[in-house]
Design a protein around this ligand. Structure first.
Ligand code: GLC
Length: 550
């Protein structure tokens, strides 16, 4: 049976991207001792769970999302003793520790794959997905997410292996019960060490149809087609997640977050409806390109309403605007120029007023912005390089291709954390692995911690508020009709407590019908707190306020 997971509803989860958080030894790469040295900062912010992007052994083709040793720490991040100390130090501060679990694929440098590739009859032969050539070519027309075919030929076996992501990320064969048992035993090993939860990467792809039919989707500029019409969310994928839950998540009472593909609410429910015993909550992955082109407050309203009505009886929501795969939220949904501070606060007020568990991605709490590198060579992200190449193949000029990569690149969110105005933003004493945003002299944590009107202080207030306010952590939600698509009025109620969040998602003033704002209220947070006044009947650009109704 599913254990009592009510505690999950009280979490505020902070995502650390370890490479870029804090370097402790001057090699320009963030590490675990660096994270430990910043735990008091996270305590001050008020969060009670830390999600670490992968710190396992990895050749870093996809920055750790290609694992070559599931029970090892990548030496550039430190040692297993460092991880144990991190876990203890988090627990001492009342913080849960969540690790990324990347088991749709491993690295091609994992010992399983190195053995699997040698012949058709070695003990690990069936740990990956191997197929014979078809007419001397790839078994089908499927594209890899990072460009080119999803199949790579290995002469020793005379066969192709399947890789949804880069060719250094071969997909594991979940059809093989022995492989599944190895994975579950590795997960239990971490749970025994004190780990509290997993964020499970790219989980919708576990099961593939064994006959690998061609995709019917139009080809990409390089001639291959995505398999998204065929693979995500097949019934056996759900069966495997359920099994994972039964064998590991439930017995160890873990908090679990699935990174899923779910365009339809029904599919989202399959992952998180409590009676299905899969995940506690899900991060629906929508490729940044889709979101950037289709994002609008109207779409946001529709998505929130649909997932709220679907999950309010028996599910839960992961609330986030940012992670290591997306541009910076203030640059994408707000305004990273003249309204940077107010729009960063508005987005915080909005997100933390919704039902569900809020996620804070490192640097979001100080309003960090996108970084536009001037040459494609300055980018590290293989996705950004692929975006660039696809643009060139479609006939774009190098300038146009660079512009597209600048807007979409995952490196926007991966530049080092801006701690202070000192050299290298206080991130490292060495040469940072990825360029630091030059705006660090203005936007940095040190500037904000003691400023009661900073973006940091707004997050701190919102996080503290949730601890004593059931209307936020458990209340029901209504989204009121409003005069403008850019205006959100969200009502949260629990017993007699009623809260109202009013958020202007635009850089224009919006007049609000005075009937909507009650006469008597307590102001809890405002995005214009620096100005010291609020104007709820004529909201200024990105003005937002959270009110307790009296
Ligand atoms: C997930 C991760 C992303 C990674 C991919 C392959 O989407 O969030 O960073 O590149 O999976 O593991």
């Amino acid at each position: 049976m599913y254990s009592n997971k009510d505690w999950v509803k009280d979490l505020v989860i902070y995502q650390v991207y370890p490479r870029s958080f804090q370097d402790s030894d001057g090699d320009g790469i963030g590490d675990i001792p660096g994270i430990i040295s910043r735990l008091d900062y996270l305590k001050e912010l008020g969060i009670n769970a830390v999600w670490l992007s992968p710190v396992y052994r990895s050749p870093n083709d996809d920055n750790g999302y290609d694992i070559s040793g599931y029970k090892e720490i990548n030496p550039e991040f430190g040692t297993m003793q460092d991880w144990e100390r991190l876990c203890d130090e988090c627990h001492k501060r009342g913080m849960k520790v969540i690790m990324d679990l990347v088991v749709n694929h491993s690295s091609d440098e994992h010992p399983w794959f190195m053995e699997s590739r040698t012949s058709k009859d070695n003990p690990k032969s069936d740990y990956y997905i191997w197929r014979d050539p078809k007419n001397g070519k790839e078994p089908n027309n499927w594209a890899s997410v990072f460009g080119g075919s999803a199949w790579e030929y290995v002469p020793e076996r005379g066969q192709y292996y399947y890789h949804l992501f880069s060719k250094k990320q071969p997909d594991l064969n979940w059809d093989n019960p022995e492989l599944r048992e190895e994975i579950y035993s590795m997960m239990k090993w971490w749970a025994e060490k004190g780990l509290d939860g997993f964020r499970v990467d790219a989980i919708s792809y576990l099961d593939k149809p064994q006959d690998f039919p061609d995709s019917k989707l139009p080809p990409n500029p390089d001639g291959y087609s995505f398999s998204s019409d065929i693979v995500p969310g097949r019934p056996d994928t759900h069966a495997y997640i359920h099994e994972m839950n039964e064998k590991v998540f439930s017995p160890y009472n873990m908090v679990t977050v699935g990174e899923v593909i779910a365009d339809e609410t029904e599919e989202l429910c399959r992952y998180v409806a409590s009676e299905r015993e899969e995940f506690d909550m899900a991060i629906p992955f929508v490729a940044p390109v889709i979101e950037i082109n289709t994002w609008s407050p109207k779409k946001l309203r529709e998505d929130i309403s649909a997932s709220y009505s679907a999950l309010q009886q028996n599910g839960w929501w992961a609330r986030f605007f940012s992670n290591h795969d997306k541009p910076r939220q203030v640059s994408l949904y707000g305004n990273d120029k003249e309204y940077r501070e107010v729009s960063a606060k508005m987005l915080a007020i909005f997100l933390h007023s919704l039902p569900g568990t809020p996620f804070v991605y490192q640097g979001e709490e100080i309003g960090m912005t996108n970084m536009y590198f001037e040459s494609i060579d300055d980018y590290d992200d293989l996705d950004a390089k692929n975006t660039y190449n696809m643009q060139i193949l479609s006939g774009a000029t190098p300038e146009e291709a660079l512009k597209e990569a600048q807007m979409l690149s995952r490196d926007n969110a991966r530049t080092p954390m801006q701690w202070s105005a000192t050299e290298n933003a206080g991130f490292t004493t060495g040469k940072p692995w990825l360029g630091i945003n030059p705006n660090y002299s203005e936007i940095n944590a040190e500037n904000q911690i003691n400023d009661p009107h900073s973006v940091f202080s707004t997050y701190k207030t919102l996080i503290a508020l949730r601890k004593n306010c059931k209307a936020i952590s458990r209340g029901s939600m209504e989204i009121a009709d409003s005069v403008s698509e850019n205006l959100f009025i969200i009502k949260r109620s629990y017993g007699n407590e009623i809260l109202l969040a009013v958020c202007n998602f635009s850089d224009e003033n919006i007049s609000v019908d005075s009937g909507i704002i009650p006469d008597s209220y307590e102001l809890l947070v405002s995005s214009y707190d620096r100005e010291g006044n609020i104007n709820l009947t004529n909201l200024r650009p990105y003005e937002a306020a959270l009110l307790r109704i009296k």
